[in-house]
Design a protein around this ligand. Structure first.
Ligand SMILES: Nc1nc2c(ncn2[C@@H]2O[C@H](COP(=O)(O)OP(=O)(O)OP(=O)(O)O)[C@@H](O)[C@H]2O)c(=O)[nH]1
Ligand SMILES: [Mg+2]
Length: 307
């Protein structure tokens, strides 16, 4: 594509996408996913007011905690109040976890054809490189496409829950009562990123006790006097406790200036890392190294200086 054609295409795509054309939205997302020429132009043209006004709510927590079931319920609450909702399901931990993707489809199947709901699964295709940058870019496309709230589900393992904090205006950490014993040793990272804790599977034994313990641990006395995250008890399967959780999430807004700068800096960091790494691939490195080895005085440190 010539630059002019790229410009025209991305301008038209943005207009169509803003007018609510789902097919064009899907095309925009695949432009971003596959870094099709013109995608940067598209991102640069996104309207600033939408990007700052639409809240992203991130749901993270261990596999099977009930995140998808909860999101399904939250969609119900938000749609009943007249909102348009986009949902992004990401599983960065297991590239070939098709079961989870299928599961999300089944659990959110109520909403797949609803005019106010757009659901998209994002697979990492075996590589973590750039995934966070792609999620950031896709959530921004969704904001431009006229949704009122963007819900993002990620499985919380290792680093991913910390990174979702930079993505979401409100981070919801979903736990189950069985996590009670772990709570004392819960990773500091998880405690810090949560704006809201949900103890789901409230129908299981020990749920009330777990909620009490969690509230105690989170109280300002235990928390250097800082604002404590709210704790909700839910039973996503039956809908128990969902209305008050949803009421809080509906109040999610882009935050004060300091928090906003922090969030944008996190996003900028992910985007810059992704761009810098674009030219670097293992396959490419193997090829170049195999050529460079022929020279006999190969030095790894001199070699990488060209990157
Ligand atoms: N008993 C009980 N089961 C629940 C509850 N919420 C969800 N489940 C069940 O827990 C299982 C996992 O639910 P999901 O919503 O797929 O959990 P998830 O956290 O999205 O799972 P992954 O995306 O695979 O990490 C399903 O069988 C749900 O029916 C609940 O409140 N109580
Ligand atoms: Mg899920």
């Amino acid at each position: 594509m010539s630059q002019d054609t790229e410009h025209m295409e991305s301008t038209r795509l943005l207009q169509d996408l803003q007018s609510g054309n789902r097919r064009m939205l899907a095309r925009g997302i695949s432009w971003v996913e596959n870094q099709v020429p013109g995608y940067r132009e598209l991102l640069r043209a996104l309207p600033a007011d939408r990007l700052t006004a639409v809240p992203v709510i991130g749901f993270t927590g261990p596999p099977g905690a009930g995140k998808s079931t909860l999101v399904d319920r939250i969609i119900g609450e938000m749609v009943s109040k007249g909102h348009k909702i986009a949902v992004l399901c990401v599983d960065p931990s297991s590239p070939f976890h098709y079961g989870a993707l299928l599961g999300d489809r089944v659990r959110m199947s109520n909403w797949f054809n609803h005019p106010s709901v757009y659901i998209r699964s994002l697979a990492s295709r075996g590589s973590l490189g750039g995934l966070h940058a792609r999620i950031i870019e896709i959530t921004d496309l969704l904001k431009a496409a006229g949704f009122d709230y963007i819900l993002v589900e990620t499985v919380g393992v290792g680093q991913s829950e910390v990174e979702i904090a930079g993505l979401a205006d409100t981070t919801v950490v979903v736990l189950v009562p069985e996590a009670g014993d772990e709570i004392q040793t819960m990773k500091a990272g998880l405690m810090e990123i949560a704006d809201v804790f949900v103890v789901n599977k409230g129908d299981r034994p020990g749920a009330d006790l777990f909620v009490r313990n969690l509230r105690r641990i989170l109280s300002p006395d235990h928390n250097n006097g800082e604002r404590a995250a709210e704790v909700f008890l839910t039973t996503a399967t039956s809908g128990g406790g969902i209305d008050s959780l949803a009421a809080t999430l509906l109040l999610s807004r882009s935050r004060d200036h300091k928090r906003k700068s922090w969030l944008l800096a996190e996003r900028a960091y992910q985007l810059i890392v992704s761009r810098r790494m674009e030219q670097v691939s293992r396959a490419g490195l193997r090829q170049k190294i195999s050529e460079a080895l022929a020279a006999h005085d190969f030095n790894l440190y001199r070699f990488i200086e060209n990157y």
